[in-house]
Write a protein that binds this ligand. Structure first.
Ligand code: ADP
Ligand code: MN
Ligand code: MN
Ligand code: MN
Length: 345
């Protein structure tokens, strides 16, 4: 037997964006525990906006398990929050009720800023760095600094060690802005991985005295107002159903896009807060109130990859509207819901 450090991770009840919370309990197991071996646990919901003070117990129900390479015998336990009966999902628990389909594949491109002392990493104490241009996929100390590279590399290692389907990293358009990509089969699997990847990044950055800023337009107000104009952060949602990958066709594609157009408001409603600040029609975005699609068009709501058209309208599509602070459970579920309105025959 060995003592394992079980880090139970959950989403709190804050709005519009839930915060990640976690706490540790030690349990003995003969080997790395399976999901079925992990007990329910509880926490004080009155401290997380998930309960009134008088009856404050909430239940943590393990739903996914990951090795935690930062600790000896470390285990990350993704949890859903349940009511005290242990069976009824708490209202903040969107994961419990979302649509899922293991044959629908998702790829989220999570963009974010690293912030130091309340400003993007690498910004001078007063004023601005050189304008956007050299930072996207940039190399060199003046472009990306040294700490940022170290952080994103360490984060990659932690994600891979956890078994997350991490697919890559790039420095982004604004200074201090980065992206990682997570791929998964099914909305729950992919979104669990995104949340744990976010968790690992935030926790890693504690050591560097750096905050991860997931707001979709953090450089807008105050000392970062124009004259210089800075990109916002998205979380593009790439998706493909089995039908899209194997059958597809132009006719189905056009019906699908008509459905996406029809449900524009419903999509934007779950695509992350403050998205009107980001979806402006500038900085490789479409306006928030418009829907468009286009081949290789980064100014469209949905970008259709060249490969999709070349393969006879088969493959995956990229919804560019979800933002960096969006909840991947709800985003993936909304995509599935709209797809489900379009008949395949
Ligand atoms: P870009 O920056 O050009 O928009 P990225 O390479 O950052 O593209 O991201 C592309 C994403 O598409 C990746 O997250 C990848 O996992 C995802 N992806 C690739 N193929 C599929 C597919 N068949 N279904 C769903 N997602 C896919
Ligand atoms: Mn990308
Ligand atoms: Mn990007
Ligand atoms: Mn993209």
């Amino acid at each position: 037997m060995a003592k394992y450090k079980l880090e139970y991770v959950w989403l709190d009840g804050y709005k519009p964006v839930a915060n990640l919370r976690s706490k540790t309990q030690i349990k003995e197991f003969a080997e790395f525990p399976t999901l079925e071996q992990l007990p329910l646990w509880g926490f004080d919901g009155s401290s997380t906006q998930q309960a009134e003070g008088r009856s404050s117990d909430c239940v943590l129900k393990p739903v996914a398990v990951y090795p935690d390479a930062t600790r000896n015998n470390g285990v990350l336990v993704m949890c859903e929050v349940m009511m005290p009966d242990g069976k009824t999902p708490h209202v903040s628990n969107s994961r419990a009720t979302i649509l899922d389909d293991p044959d629908t594949w998702f790829g989220f491109e999570q963009e974010y800023f690293l912030f130091e002392d309340g400003a993007p990493l690498g910004f001078p104490k007063d004023g601005y760095p050189a304008p956007q241009g050299p930072y996207y996929t940039g190399v060199g100390y003046s472009n990306v600094g040294s700490i940022a590279r170290q952080i994103v590399e360490e984060h990659l290692e932690l994600c891979l060690a956890a078994g997350i389907n991490h697919e890559g990293i790039n420095a982004e358009v604004a200074k201090g802005q980065w992206e990682f990509q997570i791929f998964g089969k099914g909305s729950k699997k992919c979104a669990d991985d995104v949340w744990i990847a976010r968790y690992l990044l935030i926790r890693l950055c504690e050591q560097y005295e750096i905050d991860v800023e997931f707001h979709c337009k953090p450089i807008l107000e105050g000392r970062y107002r124009k004259p210089l104009d800075w990109n916002g952060s998205g979380m593009h949602c790439n998706f493909s159903t089995k039908f899209m990958r194997e059958v597809g066709g132009k006719e189905y594609f056009e019906k699908l896009m008509a459905a996406f157009s029809k449900y524009t408001a419903e999509h934007v409603a779950v695509y992350g807060p403050d998205n009107h600040l980001r979806l402006t029609g500038h900085h490789e975005t479409q306006s928030i109130d418009k829907f468009s699609y286009g081949i290789a068009d980064r100014g469209a709501s949905i970008r259709v990859p060249h490969s999709f058209v070349n393969n006879g309208y088969k493959g995956y599509l990229e919804d560019r509207r979800p933002n960096s602070a969006g909840n991947p459970y709800e985003i993936a579920s909304r995509v599935l819901k709209t797809i489900s309105t379009v008949p395949t025959a």
